[in-house]
Ligand binder design. Structure first.
Ligand code: FEO
Length: 390
């Protein structure tokens, strides 16, 4: 495959992976992903920015040959995770003069994870520059989006910013440039939800920093290149802001329908008061959709049946994931139903300990909802309505 030129001897040499079904063995991929790699040809030196996921190594190395890349001086590792560094061991064998350029944290990672010899790594610091002749690479440390080792590489003369995982999307494409479509926005939000939302404050910080830098294009490590950086930066500004939307998300698992009935009743009450809701069946619905839903939610109500005197494992899984993703929600509660007893509220509440939320009085009943249950659900709805209004 012929490398496509982005601008003035900067080329795209990444690959689509349309077959991949899941990322991090956690969130299903709707259409696979792409692993982006960029080749920068200066008048004196050539650099490769990020490399390739190991299962795609063969195709990646073949493409370098087919494009007559016989010499590489520097391989920039913006981040140590193997979807971008997995081909480094083969690359340093193929290009014996190439030095891997990265920060100290990433150096430690690639030495431990990929057994890269220390003498093949050149360590750089924040704002340090590397000359390729008529082009300069400037390194901007960006710890927290999403690993401590993450950095951006700025191609100074061309005003191009390689943002690593930040601002990316699990999205495959034929045209390397973003079409700013709703479909891309959906993919980028799903990616943000899983990968960047736990670092929401850092996303605020780097979105602002990238806006100030004002690059002409953003070159992320997954998904297409943004010729119009405002598209993705404005979305990140919204998703990472402290403002939650007038939305209640209700993930639930219901063994005999009692929990589902309560969730539906509450959701209908909220809808009639003008509050949007998303009901999410934890067992049958896509976990990525739940992650996306909680990006904007002001309130999260978890519904759960009990198994063996404890929360149903699916509810525990959802609580654990929500807690890890740490959304901006302001309020939360639990609705549960049990058969013969045990601790539901305590165990699930403990699993949500990262969330900085006010807990609205939970509801736990034996078996099916009764008249007093509906009264409690009305009270819960009222409590949510008041808080959303305020
Ligand atoms: Fe795309 Fe953090 O790796």
């Amino acid at each position: 495959m012929k490398f496509r030129e982005i601008k003035n001897n900067v080329f795209y040499c990444g690959l689509n992976d349309r077959e991949r079904k899941i990322f991090d063995e956690l969130i299903p991929l709707e259409q696979g992903t792409s692993y982006n790699s960029y080749l920068v040809k200066g008048s004196e030196k050539t650099a490769l920015i990020d490399t390739m996921y190991p299962p795609k190594s063969e195709e990646y190395l073949r493409n370098l040959d087919e494009n007559n890349i016989t010499h590489i001086d520097y391989i920039i590792a913006n981040h140590g995770e193997q979807d971008h560094t997995g081909t480094l061991p083969k690359l340093i064998e193929k290009y014996p003069d190439a030095m891997i350029v990265t920060n100290q944290f990433c150096k430690n990672n690639i030495m431990e994870m990929l057994l890269i010899p220390e003498n093949r790594i050149q360590v750089i610091k924040n704002e340090e520059e590397l000359s390729l002749g008529d082009k300069t690479l400037k390194f901007i440390m960006a710890p927290g989006v999403h690993w401590p080792d993450t950095m951006f590489t700025y191609i100074v003369e061309d005003n191009l910013l390689c943002t690593c995982d930040f601002l990316g999307a699990h999205y495959t494409f034929d045209d390397i440039f973003a079409n700013d479509s709703k479909e891309l926005e959906h993919a980028a939000k799903r990616y943000y939800a899983e990968i960047m939302m736990p670092f929401r404050k850092m996303c605020q910080k780097y979105t602002k920093q990238v806006k100030e830098l004002n690059p002409s294009m953003i070159l992320p490590s997954h998904g297409p290149i943004y010729k119009n950086p405002e598209f993705i930066l404005n979305l990140y500004e919204d998703w990472s802001s402290d403002e939650a939307k007038n939305l209640v998300v209700l993930p639930y698992v219901s063994m005999y329908g009692s929990v589902e009935e309560m969730i539906k009743y509450l959701s209908d009450k909220l809808n009639s008061a003008g509050i949007d809701t998303i009901k999410h069946d934890i067992v049958s619905d896509d976990l990525g959709d739940l992650a996306m839903a909680i990006v904007d939610a002001k309130t999260i109500i978890l519904g759960a049946s009990m198994v063996l005197a404890a929360p149903h494992p699916a509810a525990a899984n959802a609580a654990y994931l929500v807690n890890l993703l740490n959304p901006k929600a302001k309020y939360a509660s639990i609705i549960g139903s049990y058969g013969w007893g045990g601790d539901l509220i305590g165990k699930l509440s403990n699993m949500l300990c990262n969330l900085k939320v006010e807990i609205i009085e939970p509801i736990l009943i034996k078996g099916k909802a009764k008249q007093d249950t509906y009264q409690k659900l009305d009270e819960m709805a009222q409590a949510i309505i008041e808080r959303h209004k305020s």
